[in-house]
Ligand binder design. Structure first.
Ligand code: MOS
Length: 731
């Protein structure tokens, strides 16, 4: 079905099931350990052997020799898979460096071997017997040193945003030069690790030419395509299955080395092989959010109207990699006639940079929204008012293109109201409680709502059970639940009459989980399939006209029948997809929020404690307020981590991330996160899809880091522009 805008009244608008704070269907399975993750699929293939991965001990250079004799002879060993026995595997479309094969090393911990054995312990012991000699090359690992000569580069990590390297509107240089009030500052963000709870893990089994991988992946259709490409198989011989995923955050948008290694190991051992990438390999073997160096220039009139806005971002990546699109939101968030954004890419030999939750906006807003706070202070304006004055209802680069909905001002006003913003003392370092300096900060949040084709299949059986099949994933976000709510609403059945099956590449290809596009698009695909199923039900029952599907019945013109009756003589199945044509060209679709944060900074130790956080969000119809809230508080928590602690520490001599496990890559724990409140504005967006919803999965992390930073400034009077804001930086 092609989506026609604006969406008229449709069955979703009944809101009998959709829009309710339903508990997550998968919640009890996950919390009781009965949801099998990839590594735990003991039942899917008999006689599973274990793989243990060896990562390169150098970041750049060549393997000069590898001795696997001792490993091969070790107890229980079935096979040793060596990179020297394989040509570099072709790159998957989502990969930057080859996942395996060849003597050349492109980054630290790149996979170079795997031991396959009867038990995990035997595989690990054998892997430790593999002797490798390297010829170390000279790599480039220092972004700061490379930044001044880094060339312009477009594109964008992960989601392939296709952004141009440089964008100009009007005359930025002239307008900035003549602006009465201006700001020119540099901000830096470090690399971030997804550090999801469930590691990358795969079980692979061959059946002749057919390969099945049970893995942990956000994008099943991409994974299937890239498994086929990487292993030179035809796609119809590949099946990918990933029904439960223990977090992804963008790290699992792509297949990683565990997938081809499990497949190669299974082929070598002649039986199924399971591999969980060891935790200490993940930070360097897989992807991370690249570090950025950002320069922001703002020029404004004395009454606070922005006349010139420029944002430049430099990030690093491997030669095939893309820059972090940290300037993305600056194209769209504020008005201003004269604009310039550009991205530079330093080619480096650190591990592969790629998408992490809100790629682009998350680090971009950490800079932009701190700059906005600094500019408000220069103007002597309240930071909320400064943002409101510079609101725009159209794409500032293409004024003929309106936002489908944009309630940023409402988010900021309501947030200020609820938070007690009027009690903030604008003069920094002026509020004290004993040894603590108290501050409040705020920031705007912005994240795009992306439209993407999404398909589903629905079946009605004689018991009145509606089964939904789609390769959509649930990465802990609530996909199972909102898809069930959608099907229940559309077919007029109770939620417990709906069965949702996800994550299997044999099902119709959905939007997948990424870029906060999953919820709106995947449910819209289910909507489309249900519209077809409703037609079939009507035909079977011989009912025409305006059919009502409600309470397990179909009603029309005074007649009613049980919906199950339509499938009495055999199940009905319908499949369809949603697509949007060039809708994204006509309207800018984005989500918005206002973040408000209160901190207490210990005046003796410099330690920052967050006291309160509030987000007021505008993101279209909220399909399930409970799972949506969970997404936003998760994002806020990640943003607090980005502001205060998260940092991949680079060893600039040897080219690797030093803190490559969960003990040393610091993320917030419960004690770091006090009161969090999330408010959703009552919004429906009839331009976004028949669901009238948008994404919320990444909105929560956007802007929140800057709100924390701005609160610290308000508390202390010390402006730290290099994240994370650890205590040593503002003492
Ligand atoms: Mo997201 S970083 O596209 O999973």
């Amino acid at each position: 079905m092609k989506f026609e805008t604006p969406a008229g009244t449709n069955p979703i608008d009944q809101l009998k099931v959709v829009g309710k704070p339903t508990d997550r269907i998968d919640g009890k399975f996950k919390t009781t350990g009965t949801a099998p993750y990839a590594y735990e699929r003991h039942d899917v293939a008999p006689n599973q052997a274990y793989g243990y991965i060896v990562g390169s001990a150098i970041a750049k250079g060549r393997i000069s020799s590898m001795n696997v004799a001792d490993a091969k002879a070790a107890p229980g060993v079935l096979a040793i898979v060596s990179t020297l026995d394989h040509k570099p595997l072709p790159l998957g479309q989502q990969n930057t460096a080859s996942l395996f094969g060849g003597a050349e090393i492109q980054h630290y911990h790149q996979a170079i071997a795997m031991a396959v054995a009867e038990t995990f312990e035997q595989a690990r012991a054998a892997a430790n017997l593999i002797r490798v000699d390297y010829a170390r090359g000279n790599g480039k690992y220092d972004l700061e040193a490379l930044a001044p000569t880094a060339p312009l580069e477009g594109g964008g990590s992960g989601e392939g945003s296709g952004a141009p390297p440089i964008d100009r509107v009007g005359d930025f240089d002239g307008a900035f030069a003549s602006a009465p009030v201006k700001l020119d500052q540099q901000y830096t963000t470090p690399g971030h690790s997804h550090s999801m709870m469930e590691p990358f893990a795969t079980i692979a089994a061959w059946d002749g030419p057919k390969l099945t991988v049970w893995t942990s992946n956000q994008m099943i259709a991409w994974a299937k395509r890239d498994v086929a490409k990487t292993l030179s198989l035809s796609p119809e011989n590949v099946r990918v299955d990933s029904p439960y995923i223990g977090g992804g955050f963008g790290g699992k948008l792509a297949i990683r080395a565990d997938v081809p290694l499990a497949a190669l190991g299974a082929r070598a051992a002649g039986r199924p092989v399971k591999v969980a990438m060891q935790r200490p390999l993940i930070a360097n073997n897989t992807t991370h959010r690249p570090a950025t160096i950002q320069r922001i220039r703002l020029g404004a009139t004395r009454d606070g109207k922005i006349t010139a806005i420029a944002h430049e971002s430099t990030s690093g990546n491997l030669p095939e990699g893309k820059p972090e699109t940290a300037v993305a939101q600056t194209k769209l968030l504020y008005a201003g006639a004269n604009r310039m954004t550009l991205m530079k890419l330093a080619v480096m030999d650190l591990p592969e940079g790629n998408a992490m939750r809100a790629p682009g906006e998350a680090p971009g807003l950490m800079a932009l929204e701190m700059a906005m706070d600094e500019m408000a202070e220069k103007l002597g304006m309240d930071p909320v008012d400064f943002r409101i004055v510079n609101d725009t209802q159209v794409d500032p680069e293409k004024p003929q293109r309106p936002f489908s909905q944009r309630q940023l001002i409402q988010c900021l006003r309501e947030g200020a109201d609820r938070f007690g913003w009027s009690r903030r003392n604008a003069k920094p370092a002026s509020v004290r409680e004993g040894r603590y300096l108290i501050g409040m900060g705020m920031a705007a949040a912005f994240r795009n709502n992306q439209l993407t084709k999404s398909a589903a299949r629905v079946r009605l059986d004689g018991r009145g059970i509606v089964t939904v099949e789609t390769d959509m994933t649930d990465i802990g976000t609530g996909s199972y639940t909102i898809i069930a709510q959608t099907a229940a609403e559309m077919m007029g059945v109770a939620l417990d009459k709906v069965v949702v099956k996800l994550g299997d590449s044999d099902f119709p290809a959905a939007a997948g989980s990424g870029g906060q596009w999953g919820a709106n698009n995947s449910t819209a695909g289910v909507y489309a399939a249900c519209i077809k199923l409703r037609e079939q039900v009507g035909q079977r029952l011989g009912m025409t006209g305006d059919l009502q599907f409600t309470d397990g019945e179909v009603r029309a013109g005074g007649r009613s029948a049980k919906i199950a009756d339509a499938a009495r003589n055999g199940p009905l199945t319908a499949e369809d997809f949603i697509e949007y044509g060039d809708l994204a060209k006509k309207y800018q679709q984005s989500t918005f929020a206002g973040h408000f944060v209160e901190v207490a900074v210990d005046s003796f130790t410099g330690q920052t404690r967050i006291r309160r956080m509030l987000a007021v969000c505008a993101a279209g119809r909220i399909l399930n307020p409970k799972s949506a809230r969970s997404q936003v508080i998760g994002g806020m928590t990640m943003g607090a981590g980005a502001a205060l602690m998260e940092e991949l520490a680079v060893d600039k001599r040897f080219g690797f991330f030093v803190n490559h496990d969960l003990a040393t890559y610091e993320v917030p724990v419960h004690a770091d996160i006090p009161h969090q409140e999330v408010v959703f504005l009552d919004e429906v967006d009839p331009i976004s899809s028949p669901m009238k919803a948008k994404g919320v999965g990444e909105l929560g992390i956007c802007g929140v880091g800057a709100a924390v930073a701005n609160a610290i400034y308000n508390a202390t009077g010390v402006r730290v522009r290099n994240y994370p804001i650890t205590l040593d930086k503002h003492l």
